[in-house]
Design a protein around this ligand. Structure first.
Ligand code: SAM
Ligand code: DTB
Ligand code: SF4
Length: 362
């Protein structure tokens, strides 16, 4: 049974159990709700890279920090189609398109994204987007185009969020998730560990996710990829034991969700990843790049699947394929809304320092 009334104390107690008990309990929950030999494979596609106005301390795509990524304008629909076909032929059932935007703006670029959604849905793949904050009308237009999932991470506890980002608030994230819920699109929401947060913060993030009713259909757990030039460049990488505990705890408190072992796999051994699958992870991002940082290559991942007897999950196994409505037949007009997403604007010392440092670089 899925519970939506988890408390931080309960979740912390699970996280801190002796490891063998934690793994046994998580694996048991996993087997009741999922086929333990199936793993959903998603391919990330950065359709608009870099130049983002936000100050997220972890993110190489924030314009204010000096990172070595190559920024790009929005990709064309044909480029996206070619990449989706490649992903499909390498065993992916889902494409997740990411844009370095604070929020979606009605207009030509969003119309192009809607066309990308229709195009990938026609390839019989699940389509996911992560485009920043969206309004209810925008979520409904995405649903109509055939979007399967929308990714919008809570990223940390409400308390620690303030230590990482000052250009938007936690409530904006929750409001976007609630806007997506008002459409037929499924919710993908998770977070990052290894940003310097406490175990209470990890539990706090899981409380925020697990008390959503309904819970997200998928939950990515990312290990911070510390990127040079970002405020979190010097964070020590988390150990496999922390990832394992986080995956197992997520599985126990969100039994039905697809738990995605997300950023950070390049630092994990096959043994480590196998333990994560045992503890309830049943999804990965495949492809040699995440959005801007490296990821294990597909051939290595497929060899790992073979070794472990894992099978890629087929598209639409969990929920039927949405029907795409063409742009001409759409019943939702673009409203040109200018929603007032918040801008807390408090000072985060290390974000200010990273920005100042980037100004002195050439
Ligand atoms: N701009 C949109 C937003 O912030 O929602 C979508 C793209 S954003 C890059 C999507 C997610 O990528 C973030 O919420 C965060 O969880 C993850 N992410 C970004 N940089 C990361 C890093 N260095 N390490 C791990 N995860 C990261
Ligand atoms: C998610 O939770 N992780 C993905 C996806 N959703 C969009 C992104 C990870 C990004 C890692 C840093 C980068 O490659 O830029
Ligand atoms: Fe922009 Fe998203 Fe990166 Fe934040 S995480 S800087 S909103 S791309």
């Amino acid at each position: 049974m899925t519970r939506n009334d988890w408390t931080k104390e309960e979740i912390l107690a699970i996280y801190n159990k002796p490891l063998m008990e934690l793994l046994y309990e998580a694996a048991t929950v996993h087997r009741i709700h999922h086929d333990p030999n199936k793993v959903q494979v998603s391919t990330l596609l950065s359709i608009k890279t870099g130049g983002c106005p936000e100050d997220c301390g972890y993110c190489p795509q924030a314009a204010r920090y000096h990172t070595d990524i190559e920024g790009n304008d929005l990709m064309s629909v044909s480029q996206v189609k070619a990449q989706a076909l490649r992903a499909k032929s390498s065993g992916s059932s889902r494409v997740c398109m990411g844009a370095a935007w604070r929020n979606v703006k009605d207009g030509k670029e969003f119309d192009n994204v809607l066309e990308m959604v229709r195009t990938i849905n026609k390839l019989d793949m699940e389509v996911c987007c992560t485009l920043g904050m969206v309004t209810e009308n925008q979520a409904k237009r995405l649903a109509e185009a055939g979007l399967y999932a929308y990714n919008h991470n809570l990223d940390s506890s409400e308390e620690y969020y303030k230590e990482v980002i000052s250009t938007r608030g936690y409530q904006d994230r929750l409001d976007t998730i609630s806007n997506v819920r008002k459409s037929k699109v499924t919710v993908c929401s998770g977070g990052i560990i290894g940003m310097g947060e406490s175990l209470e913060d990890r539990a706090g993030m899981l409380v925020a996710l697990a008390t959503l009713n309904p819970q997200p259909e998928s939950t990515p757990i990312n290990a911070l990829v510390p990127v040079e030039g970002t405020p979190l460049e010097e964070q020590q990488k988390i150990s496999i034991w922390e990832m394992l505990r986080m995956i197992a705890t997520t599985r126990i408190v969100m039994p039905e969700t697809q738990v995605r072992l997300s950023a950070g796999r390049t630092d994990m051994s096959r043994e480590g990843q196998a333990m994560c699958f045992f503890a309830g992870a049943n999804s990965i991002f495949a492809g040699d790049k995440l959005l801007t940082t490296p990821n294990p290559n597909v051939d290595d991942d497929m060899a790992m699947f073979k070794l472990l007897g894992l099978k890629p999950q087929k598209a639409f196994e969990k929920k039927p394929q949405p029907q795409s409505v063409s742009a001409e037949e759409s019943k939702y007009k673009h409203l040109g809304e200018k929603p007032k997403w918040s801008r807390p604007g408090h000072t985060i010392e290390r974000n200010v320092e990273a920005k100042a440092k980037s100004k002195t670089k050439v």
